[in-house]
Design a protein around this ligand. Structure first.
Ligand SMILES: Cc1cc2nc3c(=O)[nH]c(=O)nc-3n(C[C@H](O)[C@H](O)[C@H](O)COP(=O)(O)OP(=O)(O)OC[C@H]3O[C@@H](n4cnc5c(N)ncnc54)[C@H](O)[C@@H]3O)c2cc1C
Length: 405
């Protein structure tokens, strides 16, 4: 985040006991069993226990992000709702971006209802011609007094159909090099000229969308960062995205690997071959390696701002999830082909995989969403291993002069 919360902290032991006291009060005064999810999450935000490293008054206490794990364990054990399920993109990416780049007014207006899930958010970055190379985007924003007029098309926008707000980037200076001519805003998804159309995926449902912008007016007060600073804003989002998607630290043996263990336990005894057990053990070890790597990465994120290590977790998670669900669906034999229904549905969350078959299909997207595995390898090669960079011919050229389709 914007501050070095960990270093500011007077004493980790004092901070921890303060957080524990606040947790006791929260759980006593607003018990999850007798409050609505919105009531509980609102009270959690007001107590500064939403994102503990955020500033005081904006859902945090200015303390080390390490304390969030303790908070989450305590509230979930008490039956509290998980804010991520209600608003995954908002919680994992948009909130952490607004807190770094937003004005005081934006932070006060947006963070609380984002955390409670009363207002769902989406991320409007990818375009038909710019996914991996999102800095090459073509949507345009033109200043008009106190407003910007935005035109263009976004694609793969998860949960745009239920979103109240979106985090958007568009090109505002075509004569600058591609990374320099972009500006970021908070967009009202109900504004005139915003049109959301479903995009169906291989699970049958449409959790993501195309979003068209036709002369959409965005007040300048909704800008995040300075004009032309949108790329830096989006890096905050993308770094948080990688950690949000790949950086979870589940309890040992939980998460996708638990599904594989369950599929093994459900097998009749005569089908539990040593070869299948060997496969399960290999996956279990890999899942544990990922978990331990994420613990190590979270220790090195003491300042609250994720770095390239998020790419290690994202890369490994994508590969492992596919392998785990391939294994689990394989154990089902012919039943693995039974899928329920492909009827078009519009899910309200991007986190629901109720069967192994569905999880198997959804896992194929893991190596694309949040940056593809090839791009993760590029980042790790260049920024962590110091290998020669990818070939980039358009870096120093004004965007308007770069050839494109
Ligand atoms: C389930 C899902 C949800 C998503 N949700 C959102 C969302 O909410 N908001 C949003 O903005 N976007 C979202 N996305 C979009 C996602 O970020 C992009 O799909 C992703 O960045 C890849 O971009 P692309 O699809 O344009 O593929 P491309 O960039 O066209 O890539 C095509 C192929 O070329 C490879 N490739 C491209 N460049 C290089 C290179 N330099 N070196 C090596 N290989 C390369 C890629 O790895 C890939 O295999 C979502 C995607 C999925 C699958």
């Amino acid at each position: 985040m914007t501050h070095d919360a960990a270093q500011r902290s007077a004493s980790p032991a004092t901070d921890e006991s303060r957080v524990l006291d606040l947790l006791d009060t929260l759980l006593r005064e607003v018990p999850p069993s007798s409050s609505t999810p919105t009531e509980f999450l609102g009270a959690q935000f007001d107590a500064g226990l939403a994102w503990v490293h955020f500033p005081v008054g904006h859902g945090g206490l200015d303390l080390s992000p390490k304390l969030q794990k303790l908070i989450n364990e305590r509230v979930f054990a008490a039956g509290a709702p998980n804010p991520v399920y209600r608003n995954p993109i908002g919680h994992g990416m948009c909130g952490p971006t607004v807190v770094v780049w937003g004005s005081e007014a934006q932070k006060s207006r947006y963070l609380r209802p984002l955390f409670t899930g009363e207002e769902v958010w989406c991320q409007l970055f990818s375009e038909p011609g710019s996914g991996s190379d999102v800095a090459g985007l073509s949507s345009k924003g033109v200043r008009d007094g106190d407003e910007w007029i935005v035109n263009g098309q976004k694609v793969w926008t998860t949960l745009a159909h239920v979103s109240r707000f979106g985090l958007m980037i568009a090109r505002t200076d075509p004569e600058a090099v591609k990374h320099a001519g972009i500006t970021a805003w908070v967009v009202d998804m109900q504004a005139p000229g915003v049109e959301v159309r479903p995009l169906r995926q291989m699970t049958g449902e449409a959790e993501f969308n195309e979003v068209y912008f036709t002369d959409v007016r965005i007040p300048d007060s909704e800008r995040l960062g300075q004009p032309g600073e949108g790329w830096r804003v989006s890096l905050t989002t993308l770094m948080n995205e990688r950690v949000s998607i790949g950086g979870a630290i589940p309890a040992k043996g939980s998460g996708p690997i638990r599904e594989a263990v369950k599929a093994w336990q459900d097998l009749p005894a005569e089908e539990r071959s040593s070869e299948r057990l060997d496969g399960l053990m290999r996956l279990w070890i890999e899942a544990e390696l990922l978990r331990l790597t994420n613990i190590r990465a979270s220790q090195s994120r003491k300042k609250g701002t994720p770095g390239p290590e998020g790419s290690i977790a994202k890369l490994h998670m994508a590969d492992l999830n596919k392998k785990i669900y391939e294994y689990a669906v394989g154990l089902l034999g012919a039943k693995g082909m039974l899928y329920g229904t492909y009827a078009m549905a519009r899910p309200e969350t991007a986190m629901g995989y109720d069967t192994v078959q569905k999880a198997f299909m959804r896992s194929r997207a893991n190596s694309i969403e949040g940056g593809t595995s090839e791009i993760m390898k590029n980042i790790l090669g260049e920024r962590v291993l110091g290998l020669p960079g990818d070939v980039r011919v358009d870096r120093e050229v004004p965007w308007s002069q770069v050839p494109r389709n």
